[in-house]
Design a protein around this ligand. Structure first.
Ligand SMILES: Nc1nc2c(ncn2[C@@H]2O[C@H](COP(=O)(O)OP(=O)(O)OP(=O)(O)O)[C@@H](O)[C@H]2O)c(=O)[nH]1
Ligand SMILES: [Mg+2]
Length: 328
């Protein structure tokens, strides 16, 4: 980290990274620009910040142009990953999103109570994952936007009701998706699929697994489902297995959290950098600033697979939880 940037700069940068709207992003970037010490060495960084501001301003304009009708069908990505809940009517998709996130979608004991996508943010430790509630799948009136939302998702959470024929519900949802060329990741090699398919990781949750009698249903369901599917019994009513579900979702997103520190100081463990699994020290550097990628000399890493403060090169692969000191 350049020693000449004051802590307030990194606080503003954190706000920039966590900004939920272009307006918030612009405000944070303007602040970073104002804090930046004025000398020749910071010219490039300043130009980069100005570029980011103008990009966000364009985005803000485009947003305003979108009509109200259209806006309802676009689910803007927030947090570290986007998970879409899909399933047949009445299985508890809205109840799960309501119980796991800050959103409050309508839950009803009649089918088809949800008619538009409703996103909510779910905390997992120090990051947030976006869950999106959707209307039930239906062959009668197909909503094209629902498939678009599914294609763009990082993961599809197929919800079934363990108390009422979960196998039939699973087959219905999966075949609906496959009819629209969306298949579970890992099925690319089965031969039956050709071009223009989209592969998305799938996870199945057997909702309404409230008690012991539901557990028996779950065991029967499990024995019927093919081995390569991942299933978790959960209950939106009692919160059963919510921790396991959160951990599994996070693991399926294939991301890692790393923390940066300046020499002699403690890292800010509340503000991770989120990178794809397999990322290297140089990927972290480029995420902080593109100049860092060139100037990076070495790094020191604290974490599970290294000894404390181990000196590593730019191609060192980082792990979830690593603390990194970049030396430029
Ligand atoms: N016992 C039990 N009931 C549940 C659970 N989750 C949801 N329900 C009930 O199931 C019914 C349907 O729940 P919703 O969340 O509206 O289902 P949905 O899948 O969103 O329904 P649509 O939007 O119509 O597709 C409601 O009566 C809920 O109270 C659960 O874990 N256990
Ligand atoms: Mg619903």
């Amino acid at each position: 980290m350049p020693a000449n940037l004051p802590p307030a700069y990194f606080e503003a940068e954190k706000r920039y990274r966590e900004a939920k709207t272009p307006a918030e992003g612009i405000a944070a970037l303007e602040e970073m620009l104002a804090i930046m010490p004025k000398h020749k060495g910071t010219d490039k960084l300043k130009a980069d910040l100005r570029r980011r501001i103008s990009k966000l301003k364009t985005k803000q304009q485009q947003r305003k142009k979108l009509g109200k009708r259209e806006r309802g069908y676009i689910v803007e990505r927030e947090g570290v990953g986007q998970v879409i809940l899909m399933g047949t009517p009445n299985v508890g998709k809205s109840a799960l999103v309501g119980a796991l996130t800050n959103a409050d979608p309508p839950v009803a004991d009649f089918p088809h109570s949800t008619w538009k996508p409703t996103p909510g943010m779910m905390y997992f430790e120090n990051v947030q994952i976006q869950l999106v509630d959707t209307p039930p799948i239906s062959r009668e009136h197909r909503e094209p936007w629902l498939l678009d939302v599914a294609r763009r998702a990082d993961l599809i959470l197929v919800v079934v009701d363990v108390q009422t024929d979960p196998m039939l519900q699973l087959e219905e949802t999966v075949s609906f998706l496959k009819d629209n060329k969306i298949a579970p990741l890992g099925m690319e090699h089965t031969g039956e699929l050709t071009d223009r398919w989209i592969f998305v990781p799938f996870l199945i949750v057997a909702n309404k697994s409230d008690d012991q009698s539901a557990e028996e249903n779950f065991q029967i369901f499990k024995s019927l489902v093919e081995d390569n599917w991942s299933l978790i019994p959960v209950s939106a009513k009692t919160g059963r297995n919510f921790d396991l579900l959160k951990q599994t979702l996070f693991a399926s997103l294939e991301i890692i959290r790393v923390y940066t520190k300046v020499p002699g100081k403690e890292p800010d463990l509340g503000a991770p950098f989120v990178l794809k699994r397999g990322s290297k020290v140089e990927d972290l550097a480029s995420k902080i600033h593109k100049d860092f990628t060139e100037k990076l000399k070495y790094a020191k890493v604290w974490g599970e697979n290294v000894y404390d403060g181990q000196m590593v090169q730019r191609d060192h692969v980082l792990e979830d939880g690593d603390i990194v000191e970049l030396h430029v």
